[in-house]
Design a protein around this ligand. Structure first.
Ligand code: PRP
Length: 216
């Protein structure tokens, strides 16, 4: 038998939904549920192996071909712009990128260059470049909402899911930047060398997603 197909899953929020999807496809994810601190888990009887990694690393491992496939948010894909195939929109992990400011802040008034804080400097740059607007971008690692509150930035470009974090910190969405959801990505060489196995897997995923949509 060939080496198992490796699929890298984004740890945390997307992990649960991805494991649930794999289970509805009939894959035995017991090892993932009982992982402890292990990071590579076998899916018995399927010649499949699950790798648990941070979002950006999922892209790196798939891009380098050490994982054949991956599940990662469109947010990280937009920021990293890797050389890989984005094959399926999995539909879960839905949220959006938005430009937000302190409530009632006149963001588009005046001619001064605005400062934007974000964990996603490339997405931020592309968004304002498309508007032909010059901005200063400050990279922040987490809790980006702090930056306008502390006076470091005029606004933030960040992920909004329920909107609770913005609301509870006196911030509001000024403009939507992009819709986000989880994507199934595939290494370009794997898709050539292991086409049949990957296509079979993708077909199963797509059939299940269509089935779910039909029932909604
Ligand atoms: C994300 C995002 C927002 C928050 C949005 O942060 O950066 O802060 O979730 O969710 P909400 O609209 O449902 O409130 P995360 O929890 O990943 O933590 P971080 O800010 O430390 O990266």
């Amino acid at each position: 038998m060939s080496n198992p197909l490796r699929i890298a899953l984004t740890k945390g929020r997307l992990e649960k939904d991805t494991v649930a999807l794999l289970e509805t496809l009939g894959y035995d994810c017991t090892a993932v549920h009982e992982k402890g601190r292990r990071l590579i888990l076998p899916i018995p009887d399927a010649n499949l192996e699950v790798v648990l990694a941070k979002a950006a690393d999922v892209i790196t491992y798939v891009e380098h071909g050490v994982c054949d496939m991956g599940v990662v948010g469109k947010d990280t894909l937009m920021e990293m712009n890797g050389k890989l195939f984005e094959l399926v929109n999995l539909g879960f992990g839905k949220c959006r990128f938005a430009l937000a400011t302190k409530k009632d802040y006149p963001f588009y008034d005046g001619f001064g260059v605005k400062t934007i804080a974000s964990k996603y400097p490339n997405v931020t740059r592309a968004f304002f470049e498309a508007k032909g607007m010059d901005v200063d971008i400050v990279k922040i690692e987490g809790s980006v909402e702090l930056a306008p509150l502390l006076g470091l930035a005029d606004g933030i470009v960040d992920i909004v899911e329920t909107g609770t974090t913005l609301r509870e910190n006196g911030l509001e969405v000024v403009e939507e930047v992009a819709q986000i959801s989880a994507r199934l990505i595939v290494n370009t060489v794997s898709l050539k060398l292991r086409r049949e196995e990957i296509e079979q897997f993708v077909k199963k995923v797509e059939e299940k997603l269509n089935d779910t949509e039909d029932r909604l």
